[in-house]
Design a protein around this ligand. Structure first.
Ligand SMILES: NC(=O)CC[C@H](N)C(=O)O
Length: 350
């Protein structure tokens, strides 16, 4: 069904959307319009971004809140928690119809996935950013922001989980993945996660995620109330000549879980396997993900299953890491066996 923004405003007033800004390319500046890489955040604020898109005024009543102003490769779980608390407070307000988050694209998928698992709201939460800095020729940020606000203002976007909107695509937080370092069509790939599109000013949904999200997950901000950051989980990336050095380093650094970004179907080098089995025996949770970035990782050989390694299914390594962090946070007091069972259940469910 098509919903046009002109028809989405609740009874005679413009929808009220709260924009939470965290930084990213969308507020970055180059030295001149042709500088498309190597730019930096140089003091542009979310207000200046909004002021540069006059059409926003006709689309929604906007409120802006700056949560951070960083490049998202330096994102932290401390910011995630602050952001999630801000969103929940805004979403609880009766006069607020939707939420937009502006964010760098590097870790956008991780932030979106975290929010998708913990937020307890049916109101639309849309995350957007840009691939070209605000100063660039053909900057993509202004239209992405306008489209994100349109999607957040559309009543059809309610209850769909956190949505990633970039380059006219509406994708689920679960499946959207950054696939290109510079192209504006970076969120794409074999498992794109696209459930809708923006065509002109029309918003067209063509699907929905069947995995539980937001109000239907076991996770919430209440589980994280005593924490200033999420538990440590490291990703170890496999390759020829691999060995257990980084696994041992992760255990020594206090990792509660390790996500192994294996070759192929979550495969593990025989030298690394010894270190992972040792880590599992010490109670560290082990997730087998894949560096192939598509398809599903299945349970694998008997030895891996006996050691309690959990296959990541269709979650990529960085999203598997976030899910493992939430399991560790929620089930911190459980014994190792129970925690591992919760982890396996979470990967099967979400
Ligand atoms: N296109 C981008 O947003 C990437 C720029 C920056 N590295 C960030 O993620 O914030």
């Amino acid at each position: 069904m098509t919903a046009n923004i002109d028809h989405a405003a609740p009874c005679g007033r413009l929808p009220r959307i709260v924009v939470f800004a965290t930084g990213g390319t969308i507020v970055s500046s180059g030295d001149d319009p042709t500088q498309l890489t190597g730019y930096r955040i140089k003091g542009l604020s979310v207000e200046s971004l909004i002021a540069g898109v006059p059409a926003l005024k006709r689309t929604a009543e906007l409120e802006a809140e700056q949560i951070a102003n960083i490049d998202s490769m330096s994102m932290t779980s401390e910011i995630w928690m602050r952001l999630a608390r801000g969103i929940e407070a805004a979403a609880a307000r009766e006069d607020v119809d939707g939420i937009v988050v502006t964010h760098g694209t590097d870790t956008m998928e991780e932030t979106a996935w975290f929010l998708n698992l913990v937020l307890k709201t049916e109101k639309p939460v849309v995350i957007t950013g840009a691939m070209r800095p605000a100063t660039a020729i053909s900057a993509d940020g202004p239209l992405n922001l306008l489209n994100a606000v349109r999607v957040a203002a559309d009543t059809e976007s309610r209850g769909k989980g956190v949505l990633v909107v970039l380059n006219d695509v509406i994708a689920t937080a679960r499946d959207a993945t950054k696939m290109h370092p510079t192209n504006v069509a970076t969120f794409r790939g074999p498992d794109l996660g696209m459930i809708g599109m923006i065509s002109g000013d029309a918003i067209l949904y063509i699907g929905a995620s069947v995995r539980p999200h937001t109000t239907a997950t076991e996770f919430s901000l209440a589980d994280l109330s005593g924490l200033t950051k999420l538990p440590r989980v490291d990703i170890v990336y496999s390759h020829a000549d691999d060995d257990g050095v980084f696994v041992d380093a992760a255990v020594a650094a206090g990792a509660g879980a390790i996500v192994h970004a294996g070759t192929g179907n979550g495969s593990i080098h025989k030298e690394t396997e010894k270190a992972l089995v040792r880590a599992a025996e010490e109670g560290v949770l082990i997730v087998r993900a894949s560096r192939t970035y598509s398809g599903a990782v299945t349970p694998g050989v008997d030895e891996w299953q006996r050691a309690g390694f959990v296959p990541s299914g269709t979650l990529n390594p960085q999203k598997a890491r976030v899910l493992a962090q939430l399991v560790l946070a929620k089930y911190a007091d459980a014994d190792a066996g129970e925690r591992r069972k919760r982890l396996a259940d979470a990967f099967a469910r979400y």
